[in-house]
Design a binder for this molecule. Structure first.
Ligand SMILES: Cc1cc2nc3c(=O)[nH]c(=O)nc-3n(C[C@H](O)[C@H](O)[C@H](O)COP(=O)(O)OP(=O)(O)OC[C@H]3O[C@@H](n4cnc5c(N)ncnc54)[C@H](O)[C@@H]3O)c2cc1C
Length: 152
């Protein structure tokens, strides 16, 4: 099997949704990619990178709205909403999500989709890692973003 780089964009202490002490799970082995050609759907493990997804889809002369840099991971990009090369045509990467299989904090495996656990589904589509941001904080977050940009 081809080895792709493993995504994961900041393994330093204090990043990756972990504080100074915490556990980081390496999901890179959860990288299965199954193409349902007739349905026009691809099932992707959260540990895959977009490079692996594009390479597999290319064999079927297909592609998908995904990350614009090959070593970005599927999980983090979709949780952040995701800007793809096709965003002006197909919306954010998360807009193209059909359903998600996930493990909840109380260790249940559930499906989140438009018809099942739809509140969870909405949160997963761009809610950020661990849904860190509260909608009520939107003004403060935008203000902080502007200040960071202006300081650069
Ligand atoms: C070189 C580069 C190019 C980029 N290009 C783009 C781009 O074109 N479009 C775009 O939208 N963004 C882009 N980004 C931003 C990128 O989407 C984020 O950095 C994203 O968080 C990376 O996800 P990851 O899974 O690789 O990283 P990770 O560090 O593994 O994850 C990021 C966060 O998501 C959480 N997370 C990841 N997977 C899961 C999961 N399965 N379950 C629960 N939590 C999870 C992690 O806890 C962590 O907090 C780019 C970043 C870089 C460094």
């Amino acid at each position: 099997m081809t080895n792709y780089s493993i995504g994961g964009h900041n393994a330093n202490v204090g990043y990756g949704s972990v504080g100074k002490e915490g556990v980081v799970l390496d999901l890179s082995a959860l990288n299965e990619i199954i193409v349902f050609e007739e349905e026009g759907v691809v099932s992707v493990g959260p540990g895959a990178t977009w490079e692996a997804v594009y390479t597999e889809l290319e064999k079927h002369r297909l592609t998908v709205a995904g990350g614009r840099v090959s070593d970005v991971g599927v999980g983090g990009l979709i949780l952040g909403g995701g800007m793809s090369h096709f965003t002006t045509r197909w919306g954010s990467v998360a807009d193209n999500l059909i359903n998600v299989e996930l493990v909840t904090a109380d260790s249940k495996i559930v499906i989140a989709s438009a018809g099942e656990n739809d509140d969870l589904f909405r949160a997963l589509k761009g809610g950020g890692a661990n849904f860190v941001y509260n909608g009520n904080d939107a003004a403060k977050i935008l203000d902080a973003t502007v200040r960071v940009q202006e300081a650069m």
